[in-house]
Design a protein around this ligand. Structure first.
Ligand code: BYC
Ligand code: FE
Ligand code: FE
Length: 472
Protein backbone atom coordinates (compact mmCIF):
# COMPACT_ATOMS: atom_id res chain seq x y z
CA UNK A 1 0.00 0.00 0.00
CA UNK A 2 2.78 2.42 0.81
CA UNK A 3 4.48 2.11 -2.57
CA UNK A 4 3.70 4.91 -4.93
CA UNK A 5 3.12 3.95 -8.50
CA UNK A 6 5.10 6.37 -10.67
CA UNK A 7 4.27 4.55 -13.87
CA UNK A 8 0.76 5.98 -13.71
CA UNK A 9 -0.08 9.34 -15.21
CA UNK A 10 -1.21 10.41 -11.76
CA UNK A 11 1.17 8.88 -9.21
CA UNK A 12 -0.81 7.55 -6.28
CA UNK A 13 -1.05 5.01 -3.51
CA UNK A 14 -4.83 4.73 -3.60
CA UNK A 15 -5.21 2.19 -6.38
CA UNK A 16 -6.53 4.79 -8.75
CA UNK A 17 -6.31 2.37 -11.66
CA UNK A 18 -9.16 0.32 -10.20
CA UNK A 19 -11.57 3.23 -9.95
CA UNK A 20 -12.25 4.19 -13.55
CA UNK A 21 -14.78 6.90 -12.74
CA UNK A 22 -12.46 8.70 -10.34
CA UNK A 23 -9.47 8.22 -12.62
CA UNK A 24 -11.39 9.84 -15.46
CA UNK A 25 -12.45 12.79 -13.30
CA UNK A 26 -8.88 13.40 -12.16
CA UNK A 27 -7.46 12.94 -15.65
CA UNK A 28 -9.85 15.60 -16.85
CA UNK A 29 -8.81 17.93 -14.06
CA UNK A 30 -5.07 17.35 -14.56
CA UNK A 31 -4.61 19.46 -17.75
CA UNK A 32 -6.60 22.28 -16.18
CA UNK A 33 -4.37 22.15 -13.14
CA UNK A 34 -1.31 22.36 -15.42
CA UNK A 35 -2.83 25.28 -17.25
CA UNK A 36 -3.39 27.00 -13.90
CA UNK A 37 0.21 26.18 -12.90
CA UNK A 38 1.56 27.74 -16.08
CA UNK A 39 -0.61 30.86 -15.71
CA UNK A 40 -0.46 31.35 -11.95
CA UNK A 41 2.52 29.28 -10.75
CA UNK A 42 6.08 30.60 -10.50
CA UNK A 43 6.67 33.35 -13.02
CA UNK A 44 9.64 32.28 -15.16
CA UNK A 45 11.88 29.29 -14.37
CA UNK A 46 9.33 26.78 -15.66
CA UNK A 47 11.86 25.32 -18.09
CA UNK A 48 14.69 25.26 -15.54
CA UNK A 49 15.85 22.20 -13.69
CA UNK A 50 15.29 22.46 -9.95
CA UNK A 51 16.75 20.17 -7.29
CA UNK A 52 13.45 19.00 -5.81
CA UNK A 53 12.36 16.25 -3.50
CA UNK A 54 9.53 13.99 -4.60
CA UNK A 55 7.63 11.53 -2.46
CA UNK A 56 8.56 7.93 -3.26
CA UNK A 57 6.71 6.26 -0.43
CA UNK A 58 4.64 7.47 2.49
CA UNK A 59 6.30 5.55 5.29
CA UNK A 60 8.50 7.28 7.81
CA UNK A 61 11.75 5.97 6.36
CA UNK A 62 12.87 8.07 3.44
CA UNK A 63 9.74 9.11 1.65
CA UNK A 64 11.75 11.67 -0.22
CA UNK A 65 13.93 11.39 -3.26
CA UNK A 66 15.94 14.35 -4.56
CA UNK A 67 16.60 15.02 -8.20
CA UNK A 68 16.56 17.70 -10.88
CA UNK A 69 13.03 18.27 -12.17
CA UNK A 70 11.42 20.93 -14.32
CA UNK A 71 8.52 22.20 -12.26
CA UNK A 72 5.74 21.45 -14.77
CA UNK A 73 7.08 17.88 -14.82
CA UNK A 74 6.89 17.49 -11.05
CA UNK A 75 4.94 14.30 -10.30
CA UNK A 76 1.97 15.77 -8.44
CA UNK A 77 0.06 12.86 -7.09
CA UNK A 78 -2.21 11.45 -4.45
CA UNK A 79 -0.59 10.13 -1.32
CA UNK A 80 -2.36 9.08 1.83
CA UNK A 81 -0.69 7.98 5.04
CA UNK A 82 -1.00 4.29 5.86
CA UNK A 83 -4.43 3.27 7.16
CA UNK A 84 -4.61 2.49 10.85
CA UNK A 85 -6.45 -0.81 11.18
CA UNK A 86 -9.76 -0.55 13.06
CA UNK A 87 -9.46 3.18 13.51
CA UNK A 88 -12.29 4.76 15.51
CA UNK A 89 -13.83 8.21 15.70
CA UNK A 90 -11.91 9.65 18.63
CA UNK A 91 -14.09 12.54 19.79
CA UNK A 92 -17.52 14.13 19.61
CA UNK A 93 -20.94 12.50 19.49
CA UNK A 94 -19.71 9.51 17.48
CA UNK A 95 -16.74 8.74 19.70
CA UNK A 96 -16.00 5.03 19.73
CA UNK A 97 -17.73 4.24 16.44
CA UNK A 98 -15.66 2.98 13.50
CA UNK A 99 -14.09 5.83 11.52
CA UNK A 100 -16.03 6.61 8.33
CA UNK A 101 -14.68 5.36 5.04
CA UNK A 102 -17.49 7.16 3.19
CA UNK A 103 -18.94 10.60 3.83
CA UNK A 104 -21.71 10.47 6.45
CA UNK A 105 -24.70 11.78 4.50
CA UNK A 106 -25.88 14.28 7.12
CA UNK A 107 -22.42 15.91 7.30
CA UNK A 108 -21.80 16.11 3.60
CA UNK A 109 -22.20 19.88 3.23
CA UNK A 110 -20.12 20.75 6.27
CA UNK A 111 -17.34 18.36 5.36
CA UNK A 112 -17.20 19.61 1.79
CA UNK A 113 -16.95 23.19 3.03
CA UNK A 114 -14.02 22.29 5.33
CA UNK A 115 -12.18 20.51 2.53
CA UNK A 116 -12.80 23.34 0.08
CA UNK A 117 -11.56 25.94 2.59
CA UNK A 118 -8.40 23.92 3.20
CA UNK A 119 -7.93 23.30 -0.52
CA UNK A 120 -8.38 26.95 -1.43
CA UNK A 121 -5.38 28.08 0.61
CA UNK A 122 -2.96 25.85 -1.30
CA UNK A 123 -3.15 27.37 -4.81
CA UNK A 124 -3.67 30.78 -3.17
CA UNK A 125 -0.20 30.66 -1.63
CA UNK A 126 1.37 29.68 -4.95
CA UNK A 127 -0.33 32.68 -6.56
CA UNK A 128 0.86 34.97 -3.79
CA UNK A 129 4.46 33.85 -4.26
CA UNK A 130 4.60 33.69 -8.02
CA UNK A 131 6.87 36.69 -8.62
CA UNK A 132 9.43 35.96 -5.92
CA UNK A 133 11.73 33.86 -8.11
CA UNK A 134 12.75 36.99 -9.98
CA UNK A 135 14.30 38.50 -6.83
CA UNK A 136 15.77 35.44 -5.11
CA UNK A 137 18.56 36.07 -2.58
CA UNK A 138 20.36 32.86 -3.66
CA UNK A 139 19.93 29.63 -5.62
CA UNK A 140 19.43 27.82 -2.33
CA UNK A 141 16.48 30.04 -1.45
CA UNK A 142 15.12 29.87 -4.97
CA UNK A 143 15.03 26.09 -4.74
CA UNK A 144 13.31 26.22 -1.36
CA UNK A 145 10.65 28.57 -2.74
CA UNK A 146 9.95 26.20 -5.62
CA UNK A 147 9.89 23.19 -3.33
CA UNK A 148 7.25 24.88 -1.23
CA UNK A 149 5.32 25.89 -4.35
CA UNK A 150 5.18 22.41 -5.90
CA UNK A 151 4.16 20.91 -2.58
CA UNK A 152 1.36 23.45 -2.13
CA UNK A 153 0.31 22.38 -5.62
CA UNK A 154 0.30 18.80 -4.37
CA UNK A 155 -1.78 19.83 -1.35
CA UNK A 156 -4.34 21.12 -3.81
CA UNK A 157 -4.28 17.69 -5.47
CA UNK A 158 -4.81 16.12 -2.06
CA UNK A 159 -8.03 18.06 -1.47
CA UNK A 160 -9.21 17.64 -5.06
CA UNK A 161 -8.80 13.89 -4.67
CA UNK A 162 -11.12 13.95 -1.65
CA UNK A 163 -13.66 16.13 -3.47
CA UNK A 164 -13.66 14.01 -6.60
CA UNK A 165 -13.57 10.67 -4.84
CA UNK A 166 -16.23 11.32 -2.21
CA UNK A 167 -18.47 14.21 -3.26
CA UNK A 168 -19.60 13.26 -6.76
CA UNK A 169 -20.67 16.02 -9.04
CA UNK A 170 -20.56 18.80 -6.40
CA UNK A 171 -17.03 17.74 -5.65
CA UNK A 172 -16.00 18.05 -9.28
CA UNK A 173 -17.55 21.52 -9.44
CA UNK A 174 -15.63 22.56 -6.34
CA UNK A 175 -12.41 21.16 -7.86
CA UNK A 176 -12.99 23.38 -10.85
CA UNK A 177 -13.75 26.43 -8.70
CA UNK A 178 -10.47 25.92 -6.82
CA UNK A 179 -8.71 26.71 -10.10
CA UNK A 180 -10.93 29.71 -10.82
CA UNK A 181 -10.60 31.85 -7.70
CA UNK A 182 -7.52 34.06 -7.56
CA UNK A 183 -5.56 35.46 -4.62
CA UNK A 184 -6.36 39.16 -4.20
CA UNK A 185 -8.92 39.25 -7.02
CA UNK A 186 -11.75 41.75 -6.39
CA UNK A 187 -14.46 39.63 -7.96
CA UNK A 188 -13.39 36.09 -7.11
CA UNK A 189 -10.93 36.21 -4.23
CA UNK A 190 -9.57 33.28 -2.26
CA UNK A 191 -11.72 32.33 0.73
CA UNK A 192 -9.60 33.33 3.74
CA UNK A 193 -8.18 36.80 4.43
CA UNK A 194 -4.43 36.11 4.70
CA UNK A 195 -4.48 34.38 1.31
CA UNK A 196 -5.50 37.55 -0.46
CA UNK A 197 -2.57 39.58 0.91
CA UNK A 198 0.35 40.12 -1.46
CA UNK A 199 3.71 38.45 -0.72
CA UNK A 200 5.83 41.07 -2.46
CA UNK A 201 9.29 40.38 -1.03
CA UNK A 202 11.35 37.66 0.61
CA UNK A 203 11.02 38.97 4.14
CA UNK A 204 7.26 38.64 3.66
CA UNK A 205 7.73 35.17 2.18
CA UNK A 206 9.77 33.90 5.11
CA UNK A 207 7.32 35.43 7.60
CA UNK A 208 4.44 33.87 5.66
CA UNK A 209 6.09 30.44 5.73
CA UNK A 210 6.74 30.81 9.44
CA UNK A 211 3.33 32.12 10.49
CA UNK A 212 0.83 31.19 7.80
CA UNK A 213 2.18 27.75 6.90
CA UNK A 214 2.12 27.10 10.63
CA UNK A 215 -1.61 27.78 10.60
CA UNK A 216 -1.56 25.05 7.97
CA UNK A 217 0.19 22.76 10.42
CA UNK A 218 -2.40 23.34 13.14
CA UNK A 219 -5.43 23.14 10.86
CA UNK A 220 -4.09 20.00 9.19
CA UNK A 221 -3.34 18.47 12.58
CA UNK A 222 -6.93 19.16 13.66
CA UNK A 223 -8.25 17.65 10.41
CA UNK A 224 -5.87 14.69 10.76
CA UNK A 225 -7.94 13.76 13.83
CA UNK A 226 -11.07 13.60 11.69
CA UNK A 227 -13.44 10.67 11.93
CA UNK A 228 -13.64 10.81 8.13
CA UNK A 229 -10.70 8.51 7.59
CA UNK A 230 -9.66 9.53 4.06
CA UNK A 231 -9.33 13.15 5.24
CA UNK A 232 -7.33 12.06 8.25
CA UNK A 233 -4.90 10.00 6.17
CA UNK A 234 -4.54 12.73 3.58
CA UNK A 235 -3.74 15.35 6.19
CA UNK A 236 -1.31 13.12 8.02
CA UNK A 237 0.84 12.86 4.93
CA UNK A 238 0.51 16.59 4.17
CA UNK A 239 1.89 17.35 7.63
CA UNK A 240 5.16 15.65 6.78
CA UNK A 241 5.56 18.07 3.86
CA UNK A 242 4.46 21.06 5.93
CA UNK A 243 7.43 20.70 8.27
CA UNK A 244 9.79 21.80 5.50
CA UNK A 245 7.72 24.90 4.76
CA UNK A 246 8.00 26.07 8.35
CA UNK A 247 11.70 25.22 8.30
CA UNK A 248 12.10 27.52 5.30
CA UNK A 249 10.30 30.30 7.16
CA UNK A 250 12.06 29.93 10.47
CA UNK A 251 15.56 29.60 9.06
CA UNK A 252 14.87 32.31 6.48
CA UNK A 253 13.97 34.89 9.11
CA UNK A 254 16.72 33.53 11.36
CA UNK A 255 19.34 34.11 8.66
CA UNK A 256 18.09 37.66 8.07
CA UNK A 257 18.30 38.33 11.81
CA UNK A 258 21.78 36.86 11.88
CA UNK A 259 23.03 39.04 9.05
CA UNK A 260 21.54 42.11 10.70
CA UNK A 261 23.19 41.27 14.01
CA UNK A 262 26.58 40.67 12.39
CA UNK A 263 26.43 44.11 10.82
CA UNK A 264 25.17 45.74 14.02
CA UNK A 265 28.10 44.33 15.94
CA UNK A 266 30.66 45.10 13.29
CA UNK A 267 29.58 48.73 12.86
CA UNK A 268 28.24 49.37 16.36
CA UNK A 269 24.94 50.71 15.11
CA UNK A 270 21.35 49.59 14.80
CA UNK A 271 21.02 51.45 11.54
CA UNK A 272 22.00 48.62 9.23
CA UNK A 273 20.07 49.95 6.28
CA UNK A 274 23.25 51.78 5.33
CA UNK A 275 24.84 48.38 4.80
CA UNK A 276 22.02 46.90 2.78
CA UNK A 277 20.48 44.88 5.58
CA UNK A 278 17.10 44.91 7.32
CA UNK A 279 17.03 46.62 10.72
CA UNK A 280 15.46 44.77 13.66
CA UNK A 281 12.55 47.25 14.08
CA UNK A 282 11.50 46.57 10.48
CA UNK A 283 11.72 42.82 11.06
CA UNK A 284 9.51 43.29 14.14
CA UNK A 285 6.92 45.17 12.08
CA UNK A 286 6.76 42.43 9.46
CA UNK A 287 6.47 39.89 12.25
CA UNK A 288 3.53 41.85 13.73
CA UNK A 289 1.79 41.95 10.39
CA UNK A 290 2.13 38.30 9.46
CA UNK A 291 1.37 37.06 12.94
CA UNK A 292 -1.84 39.08 13.19
CA UNK A 293 -3.24 38.10 9.79
CA UNK A 294 -2.40 34.46 10.55
CA UNK A 295 -4.16 34.64 13.93
CA UNK A 296 -7.29 35.64 12.02
CA UNK A 297 -7.17 32.32 10.17
CA UNK A 298 -8.35 30.48 13.27
CA UNK A 299 -11.79 32.14 13.10
CA UNK A 300 -13.82 33.70 15.91
CA UNK A 301 -13.09 32.96 19.57
CA UNK A 302 -16.67 31.86 19.99
CA UNK A 303 -17.78 29.74 17.07
CA UNK A 304 -20.73 27.42 16.70
CA UNK A 305 -19.12 26.20 13.48
CA UNK A 306 -16.13 24.99 15.49
CA UNK A 307 -18.40 23.34 18.05
CA UNK A 308 -20.29 21.57 15.27
CA UNK A 309 -17.14 20.39 13.49
CA UNK A 310 -16.07 18.80 16.76
CA UNK A 311 -19.38 17.34 17.86
CA UNK A 312 -19.83 15.84 14.40
CA UNK A 313 -16.39 14.21 14.69
CA UNK A 314 -15.01 16.03 11.64
CA UNK A 315 -12.31 18.29 13.11
CA UNK A 316 -10.57 17.60 16.41
CA UNK A 317 -8.20 19.44 18.68
CA UNK A 318 -4.45 19.57 18.19
CA UNK A 319 -3.20 16.18 19.38
CA UNK A 320 -6.70 15.12 20.36
CA UNK A 321 -5.66 11.61 21.31
CA UNK A 322 -3.07 12.87 23.80
CA UNK A 323 -5.63 14.95 25.75
CA UNK A 324 -6.75 13.43 28.97
CA UNK A 325 -10.49 14.16 29.12
CA UNK A 326 -13.81 12.78 27.83
CA UNK A 327 -13.26 14.01 24.21
CA UNK A 328 -16.86 15.19 24.11
CA UNK A 329 -16.48 18.42 26.08
CA UNK A 330 -20.18 18.93 26.63
CA UNK A 331 -19.75 20.15 30.21
CA UNK A 332 -16.19 21.47 30.03
CA UNK A 333 -15.12 25.10 29.92
CA UNK A 334 -12.06 26.84 28.55
CA UNK A 335 -10.61 30.26 29.45
CA UNK A 336 -10.38 32.75 26.62
CA UNK A 337 -9.14 36.32 26.37
CA UNK A 338 -12.18 38.56 26.14
CA UNK A 339 -13.08 42.23 26.17
CA UNK A 340 -14.70 43.67 29.28
CA UNK A 341 -15.64 47.32 28.83
CA UNK A 342 -12.22 48.93 28.45
CA UNK A 343 -9.87 46.11 29.23
CA UNK A 344 -8.96 42.49 28.47
CA UNK A 345 -9.87 39.71 30.84
CA UNK A 346 -9.77 35.92 30.90
CA UNK A 347 -13.24 34.44 30.81
CA UNK A 348 -14.40 30.82 31.12
CA UNK A 349 -16.59 29.84 28.20
CA UNK A 350 -18.02 26.50 27.03
CA UNK A 351 -15.18 24.33 25.71
CA UNK A 352 -17.01 23.43 22.52
CA UNK A 353 -17.64 26.90 21.17
CA UNK A 354 -14.09 28.04 22.07
CA UNK A 355 -12.25 25.38 20.08
CA UNK A 356 -10.93 27.93 17.59
CA UNK A 357 -9.35 29.86 20.43
CA UNK A 358 -7.84 26.73 21.92
CA UNK A 359 -6.21 25.86 18.61
CA UNK A 360 -5.01 29.45 18.37
CA UNK A 361 -3.43 29.07 21.84
CA UNK A 362 -1.56 25.95 20.72
CA UNK A 363 -0.43 27.83 17.64
CA UNK A 364 0.78 30.87 19.57
CA UNK A 365 2.84 28.65 21.89
CA UNK A 366 4.48 27.07 18.84
CA UNK A 367 5.19 30.47 17.27
CA UNK A 368 6.72 31.64 20.54
CA UNK A 369 9.23 28.77 20.46
CA UNK A 370 10.39 29.84 17.01
CA UNK A 371 10.67 33.51 18.00
CA UNK A 372 12.74 32.44 21.01
CA UNK A 373 15.21 30.79 18.62
CA UNK A 374 15.51 34.05 16.66
CA UNK A 375 16.14 35.84 19.93
CA UNK A 376 18.96 33.43 20.73
CA UNK A 377 20.68 34.59 17.56
CA UNK A 378 20.34 38.21 18.71
CA UNK A 379 21.61 37.35 22.19
CA UNK A 380 24.59 35.46 20.85
CA UNK A 381 25.67 38.71 19.22
CA UNK A 382 25.39 40.51 22.56
CA UNK A 383 22.58 42.73 21.31
CA UNK A 384 19.95 43.92 23.72
CA UNK A 385 16.84 43.62 21.56
CA UNK A 386 14.06 41.07 21.87
CA UNK A 387 11.63 40.18 19.07
CA UNK A 388 8.13 39.64 20.40
CA UNK A 389 4.89 38.15 19.23
CA UNK A 390 2.20 40.82 19.19
CA UNK A 391 -0.73 40.41 21.56
CA UNK A 392 -3.55 38.34 20.05
CA UNK A 393 -5.77 41.43 20.05
CA UNK A 394 -3.41 43.44 17.86
CA UNK A 395 -4.51 44.27 14.30
CA UNK A 396 -7.24 41.68 14.09
CA UNK A 397 -9.96 41.54 11.46
CA UNK A 398 -11.81 38.42 12.66
CA UNK A 399 -13.37 37.75 16.06
CA UNK A 400 -14.13 40.02 19.01
CA UNK A 401 -10.87 41.97 18.71
CA UNK A 402 -11.83 43.14 15.24
CA UNK A 403 -14.00 45.76 16.93
CA UNK A 404 -11.24 47.36 19.01
CA UNK A 405 -7.74 48.74 18.66
CA UNK A 406 -5.00 47.09 20.69
CA UNK A 407 -1.27 47.81 20.87
CA UNK A 408 1.20 44.97 20.29
CA UNK A 409 1.64 44.69 24.08
CA UNK A 410 -2.09 44.25 24.54
CA UNK A 411 -3.36 47.65 25.73
CA UNK A 412 -6.71 48.76 24.37
CA UNK A 413 -6.11 52.12 22.73
CA UNK A 414 -8.04 54.91 21.05
CA UNK A 415 -8.42 55.30 17.32
CA UNK A 416 -6.25 58.43 17.60
CA UNK A 417 -3.41 56.55 19.30
CA UNK A 418 -3.73 53.78 16.74
CA UNK A 419 -3.43 56.27 13.89
CA UNK A 420 -0.44 57.93 15.54
CA UNK A 421 1.42 54.68 16.32
CA UNK A 422 0.43 52.43 13.44
CA UNK A 423 3.64 53.16 11.56
CA UNK A 424 5.71 52.05 14.59
CA UNK A 425 3.95 48.71 14.66
CA UNK A 426 3.23 47.72 11.09
CA UNK A 427 5.37 48.12 7.96
CA UNK A 428 4.95 51.58 6.45
CA UNK A 429 5.06 52.35 2.75
CA UNK A 430 8.60 53.51 3.33
CA UNK A 431 9.60 50.26 5.05
CA UNK A 432 8.09 48.25 2.23
CA UNK A 433 9.84 50.41 -0.35
CA UNK A 434 13.15 49.91 1.45
CA UNK A 435 12.72 46.14 1.62
CA UNK A 436 11.67 46.15 -2.03
CA UNK A 437 14.84 48.06 -2.92
CA UNK A 438 16.90 45.16 -1.51
CA UNK A 439 15.21 42.60 -3.71
CA UNK A 440 17.93 42.32 -6.34
CA UNK A 441 18.35 38.79 -7.62
CA UNK A 442 21.46 36.88 -6.58
CA UNK A 443 21.65 33.74 -8.66
CA UNK A 444 25.33 32.86 -8.73
CA UNK A 445 26.29 29.58 -7.05
CA UNK A 446 27.26 30.07 -3.42
CA UNK A 447 26.45 33.79 -3.39
CA UNK A 448 23.91 35.37 -1.04
CA UNK A 449 22.21 38.78 -0.95
CA UNK A 450 23.64 41.40 1.43
CA UNK A 451 20.69 41.14 3.80
CA UNK A 452 20.72 37.41 4.55
CA UNK A 453 23.31 35.01 5.99
CA UNK A 454 24.04 31.72 4.19
CA UNK A 455 22.29 28.66 5.65
CA UNK A 456 24.07 26.55 8.26
CA UNK A 457 23.81 23.58 5.89
CA UNK A 458 22.47 22.81 2.44
CA UNK A 459 19.55 20.68 1.32
CA UNK A 460 19.89 16.89 1.46
CA UNK A 461 23.49 17.10 2.63
CA UNK A 462 24.55 19.23 -0.34
CA UNK A 463 26.85 22.22 0.22
CA UNK A 464 25.46 25.78 0.31
CA UNK A 465 27.10 26.51 -3.05
CA UNK A 466 25.43 23.55 -4.75
CA UNK A 467 23.68 24.29 -8.06
CA UNK A 468 20.17 24.09 -6.59
CA UNK A 469 18.62 25.51 -9.73
CA UNK A 470 20.24 25.11 -13.15
CA UNK A 471 19.73 28.47 -14.74
CA UNK A 472 22.04 27.97 -17.69
N1 BYC B 1 -10.94 35.13 6.51
O1 BYC B 1 -17.19 30.70 13.12
P1 BYC B 1 -16.12 31.44 12.43
C1 BYC B 1 -2.83 26.27 4.98
C2 BYC B 1 -15.37 33.04 8.02
S1 BYC B 1 -3.63 27.27 6.12
C3 BYC B 1 -12.14 35.11 5.89
O2 BYC B 1 -15.43 32.51 13.11
P2 BYC B 1 -15.02 28.97 11.74
C4 BYC B 1 -1.77 26.87 4.18
C5 BYC B 1 -15.74 31.60 8.18
O3 BYC B 1 -15.33 30.83 7.04
C6 BYC B 1 -4.92 26.24 6.81
N2 BYC B 1 -13.23 34.51 6.40
O4 BYC B 1 -15.00 30.51 11.87
C7 BYC B 1 -0.89 27.80 4.71
C8 BYC B 1 -17.21 31.66 8.37
O5 BYC B 1 -17.83 31.78 7.11
P3 BYC B 1 -19.24 31.08 6.84
C9 BYC B 1 -6.24 26.37 6.08
C10 BYC B 1 -13.10 33.93 7.61
O6 BYC B 1 -15.89 28.54 10.63
C11 BYC B 1 0.09 28.37 3.93
C12 BYC B 1 -17.41 32.98 9.12
O7 BYC B 1 -16.22 33.74 8.89
N3 BYC B 1 -7.15 25.38 6.58
O8 BYC B 1 -3.15 25.14 4.85
O9 BYC B 1 -15.19 28.38 13.08
C13 BYC B 1 0.22 28.00 2.60
C14 BYC B 1 -17.59 32.80 10.61
O10 BYC B 1 -16.62 31.89 11.01
C15 BYC B 1 -11.89 33.91 8.30
C16 BYC B 1 -8.30 25.65 7.22
O11 BYC B 1 -8.68 26.79 7.40
C17 BYC B 1 -10.78 34.56 7.70
N4 BYC B 1 -9.57 34.59 8.31
O12 BYC B 1 -13.48 28.75 11.39
C18 BYC B 1 -0.66 27.08 2.06
C19 BYC B 1 -9.08 24.47 7.72
N5 BYC B 1 -12.08 33.26 9.47
O13 BYC B 1 -18.97 29.60 6.97
C20 BYC B 1 -1.64 26.51 2.84
C21 BYC B 1 -10.51 24.48 7.30
C22 BYC B 1 -13.35 32.89 9.49
O14 BYC B 1 -20.13 31.62 7.88
N6 BYC B 1 -11.23 25.64 7.77
N7 BYC B 1 -13.98 33.28 8.37
O15 BYC B 1 -19.53 31.50 5.42
C23 BYC B 1 -11.78 25.77 9.01
O16 BYC B 1 -11.60 24.94 9.85
C24 BYC B 1 -12.62 26.98 9.29
O17 BYC B 1 -13.28 27.33 8.11
C25 BYC B 1 -11.86 28.21 9.82
C26 BYC B 1 -12.88 29.23 10.28
C27 BYC B 1 -10.94 27.78 10.97
C28 BYC B 1 -11.03 28.87 8.74
FE1 FE C 1 -0.20 23.33 2.12
FE1 FE D 1 2.68 24.80 3.47
Amino acid sequence: MSAIDYLERIPNNVNLREDRRLLRALEEWQPRFLEWWRDMGPNGFQAKEVYLRTAVSVDALGWAQFDYVKMPEYRWGIFLAEPEPDRLVNFGDHKGQPAWQEVPGEYRGVLRRLIVTQGDTEPASVEQQRHLGRTCPSLYDLRNLFQVNVEEGRHLWAMVYLLDAYFGRDGREESEALLQRRSGDRDRPRILGAFNEPTPDWLSFFMFSFFTDRDGKYQLAALAESGFDPLSRTCRFMLTEEAHHMFVGETGVGRIVQRTCELMREHRTGDVRRFGAIDLPTIQKYLNFHCSVSLDLFGSEISTNAANFYTMGLKGRFEEAKRDDDHRLKNATYPIAALAADRLVLREEPALTTLNERLRDDYIADCARGVARWNQVIQRHGIDVVLKLPHRGFHRAIGSFAEVRASPDGRLISEAEWDARRGDWLPTEEDRAYVASLMQPVAERGKFATWIAPPARGINGQPADFEYVRLA
